[in-house]
Design a protein around this ligand. Structure first.
Ligand SMILES: [Fe+2]
Ligand SMILES: [Fe+2]
Length: 171
């Protein structure tokens, strides 16, 4: 697959993000005993592992983020903390994370559309994006309203995701 150079830093953020995503669901599964949550997290985890494999195929090893240990740890916490609090917290967290990732992939797709020869890569990113949308919708239907506390937590998750993207874009 043709990978234009300019998109490599973006793919590094994708790789960091999908690594984090795998660990979010691992974090949930580490503490959750609820059947519905376990099924939900196992399902999503499978998809995130596939995403990670797909990005690994197109991103050279030496271009990966040097801070993968950090993305794993922060991902784990992002799953673990809501899982310790309750079901609604878990679903809302996934809703925030996946909404963020959807936009993140969309921005890259828009960038690539302006250049030539990137059709295959665009298709790949579209596939990932669509999976994230279905993750987002899957979580959205499982909670009804966002309490103030959930909104604050959602803001933290979003800001954290944005910071992680900025950092993993560089290193
Ligand atoms: Fe993903
Ligand atoms: Fe996802």
């Amino acid at each position: 697959m043709f990978i234009p150079n300019f998109i490599i830093p973006d793919l590094r953020t994708d790789h960091a993000g999908e690594t984090g995503a795998v660990f979010i669901y691992k974090g949930i599964l580490l503490v959750s005993k609820d059947k519905e949550i376990i099924e939900f997290a196992e399902n999503h985890l499978l998809t995130e592992k596939k995403h990670l494999e797909l990005i690994e195929k197109i991103l050279p090893n030496n271009e990966k983020s040097k801070l993968l240990f950090l993305w794993k740890f922060l991902g784990l916490l992002t799953g673990l903390i809501p899982a310790l609090i309750g079901k609604k917290f878990i679903y809302a967290t996934i809703y925030f994370v996946e909404s963020f990732v959807e936009k993140h992939y969309d921005e890259q797709i828009l960038k690539l559309r302006k250049k030539k020869n990137s059709l295959k890569l665009i298709q790949l990113l579209e596939t990932l994006k669509n999976d994230e949308i279905s993750h987002k919708e899957d979580s959205l239907k499982r909670f009804n309203k966002l309490s103030l506390l959930l909104k604050i937590w959602g803001n933290i998750v979003e800001m954290g995701s944005r910071a992680a993207v900025l950092i993993s874009y560089k290193i």
